[in-house]
Design a protein around this ligand. Sequence first.
Ligand code: PMV
Length: 336
Amino acid sequence: MTEQSQTKAQVINRYIPSILSAKESAQAFAPSNIALCKYWGKRETELNLPTNSSLSISLGHLGSNTHISHAHSGIDMVRLNNKVQDPQGSFSRKVIAFVNYFRREQNIPLIIDTRNNIPTAAGLASSASGFAALVLALDDFFNLQLTPQQLSAFARMGSGSASRSIYTGFVRWDMGEQADGMDSVASQLPCQWPELCIGLIKVSSAKKPVDSRSGMDRTTATSQLYSNWPAQAGADLITIQRAIESRGFNAMGACAEHNAMSMHATMISAWPPLVYWLPESLAVMQRVWQLRESGIAVYFTMDAGPNLKLLFERSSQKLLEAEFAQMDVIQPFADE
Ligand code: PMV
């Protein structure tokens, strides 16, 4: 950490009363999100402060539901998708460490029950929706009345992309510049796009060999291409936001695909190289490029893993479902 760096506990402490009053129980939902302009790289690792702003689309009703109640046994219990988690396992430890920033030394044993309704078959990460739902549930349970900006900042400390999962629809996470990160928060764009579809194509459900956190660290430390990334991401964000505002599907899709490929170029040029793609990922990319050549407006984006997310409008849905039998289609604005 640099000299002015602050710990998560120091920052969160300022916004939480020293004596908490807890409800019987609380529950919150947060959607999963997919970045169209990616967050890749941190200027500060303790608080997850990014080197660039990013922009995402939320996945509507797909995400995490978190329920918090008192553990009358006197011992914390963490459940995930109806299964009690090993208290020493990485999931429980992450959740409890995060809860402790809020509860501090107070003896308030809790049951924290998280259910993800993201189809496991879709191969999507759930840490963004998970941390956002946890922050929202803690806010309600302890009656903290945090503002949306504070909720977004605290979710970001769990996982960067969780800052965007506090909102639905199109969401921009501004990188901010303050040392405490309280201006590194997301906000919702006032835009809807009912025709927009996301196609989730899972090519592998194996656990990724290198998680996003380590992947980012390795890329920023070793890739010579990385120095170009923050400026490109800054420009892409403006292009994508304008394309969303004017419903320019091709402009949005092309810039999102180019942004994802540029992020992957920084990963591939890291050392040791970070290649998240599998042969099947490349096969889907090539099929997308062929379809585009034949006049179909379809683009893809990819995160730190081998699975693809296709971007298209409802008019192409039938045709693309026939092309990609294994695709799950989400219409982010369908239920709004
Ligand atoms: O929030 P994290 O630490 O899981 O990082 C997310 C990184 C990407 O998914 C690759 C990009 C993004 O903006 O979501």
